[in-house]
Write a protein that binds this ligand. Structure first.
Ligand SMILES: *[C@@H]1O[C@H](CO)[C@@H](O)[C@H](O)[C@H]1NC(C)=O
Length: 179
């Protein structure tokens, strides 16, 4: 009898396992293109852009994909920025608080972004499932109208303020360098 009960329990556990996998599937599905960004240093970093050339930044907040300066092991499946896209890049970090950031200017023409596009914000909630390798949070603003981008990856949520997107990079990451 004990043996039978064990068998039943095992069978039920298997069924439960199958169900949990079925339910988890939509969340854990690996996207076709990279949703993992990374910041290594001023020459090796990634941030998010619309998947198609010329896409509007805010309109693609659910679809944006990671683009990097080079192939980075930390950011598998990421695309590479078009040549000339990154014009300047400044790296800053706070080792005590546990954040890193890169800010700078971009040549929007190389990805056909519109000068009329005021930009938008990407973070772990948009696109859902996106991340910055090795950190729990990130905030990334891309502002074609001003030609600036910024990304900060943080251990603590409080250091990656995602509640000020409308004010842009210069307010979200005060003191950061662009020129
Ligand atoms: C920006 O990119 C375009 C297209 O590649 C190029 O023609 C232009 O010279 C670049 N502008 C600057 C300031 O580098």
């Amino acid at each position: 009898m004990v043996y039978t009960k064990t068998l039943i329990a095992t069978a039920l556990a298997s069924v439960a396992l199958i169900f949990s996998h079925v339910q988890a599937a939509p969340v854990t599905t690996t996207p076709a293109r990279g949703q993992i960004g990374a910041i290594v240093d001023k020459d090796n970093f990634c941030f998010f852009l619309p998947p198609k050339k010329g896409g509007n930044i805010a309109a693609n907040e659910d679809k944006a994909v990671a683009f990097c300066t080079a192939e980075l092991a930390a950011a598998p499946k990421a695309s590479i920025f078009p040549p000339g896209f990154i014009q300047t890049a400044f790296f800053d970090e706070d080792k005590t608080k546990g954040w890193v950031q890169v800010t700078g200017r971009m040549n929007i023409t190389t990805y056909s972004l519109s000068r009329k596009d005021g930009g938008g914000q990407y973070d772990i909630k948009a696109p859902v499932g996106s991340s910055c390798a090795g950190y729990n949070h990130y905030v990334n603003l891309v502002e074609p109208s001003d030609g600036v981008y910024c990304i900060r990856c943080c251990k603590e949520k409080i250091d990656c303020n995602t509640g000020k997107s409308q004010y842009g990079c210069k307010t979200v990451l005060p003191g950061a360098r662009y020129a």
